[in-house]
Unconditional design. Structure first.
Length: 207
């Protein structure tokens, strides 16, 4: 599980976005992506929250925004794949909680470390009933070419929520599923949860 979350390190440009207002509708999928990332960056860029002493506080505030725009159960269910139905309801809740916390902390940790100098280009949003995709390209100062970042969303109780992100056509959900499948082919589910909790503690301590 050392690779758990490694894709985020390769795609840090996703979350280094500096968004501006656009002509898209206030409740369109694209405008929701803009608003959510903008709100995520606010505590990370607020001068009153800068410095090591305030890092945990600003990361926590950013995590609250991130989690509110994800369909956390669907994200977790897809990541665990076929193993999801093998778990009890209590175990499913546990997995959603731990997985969401791990992804959110990894996500915000990268944002906090690399929040400057990135440009984002909005290509299009596509809506098909209750499903939507927002296609963007992100250019990092360290790269010559932009990276495609596509947000997969669906409408839940009238709200557009993210259930996957594709970076250069690589799905984060499928990346995690591959890692979980590999781990669970030789280890138990309790071992997976313990490993995830250990990874979360490691990331939190490093923060």
């Amino acid at each position: 599980m050392k690779r758990l979350g490694s894709l985020f390190n390769a795609i840090s440009a996703i979350i280094l976005l500096v968004f501006s207002l656009s002509a898209w509708g206030a409740d369109s999928p694209l405008s929701i992506i803009q608003a959510s990332v903008g709100k995520t960056l606010t505590p990370l860029q607020d001068p009153s929250y800068q410095g090591p002493a305030h890092r945990q506080e600003r990361l926590a505030k950013a995590e609250q925004v991130i989690i509110s725009h994800f369909d956390t159960q669907e994200f977790a269910r897809r990541a665990l794949g076929a193993y999801w139905d093998q778990r009890s309801v209590a175990e499913q809740r546990e997995f959603v909680e731990v997985f969401t916390a791990l992804v959110a902390r990894t996500y915000t940790d990268i944002i906090d470390r690399h929040a400057k100098g990135v440009k984002v280009f909005y290509d299009k949003q596509s809506i098909d009933g209750s499903d939507a995709e927002v296609d963007t390209r992100v250019l990092s100062p360290s790269e010559d070419q932009p990276v495609s970042v596509n947000y997969m969303m669906h409408r839940v109780n009238g709200q557009w929520l993210i259930y996957d992100i594709q970076v250069d056509n690589v799905s984060i959900v499928l990346n995690y599923r591959s890692q979980f499948n590999h781990f669970l082919s030789t280890s138990s589910y309790p071992d997976l949860i313990q490993t995830m909790r250990s990874k979360l503690r490691e990331i939190t301590a490093a923060s």
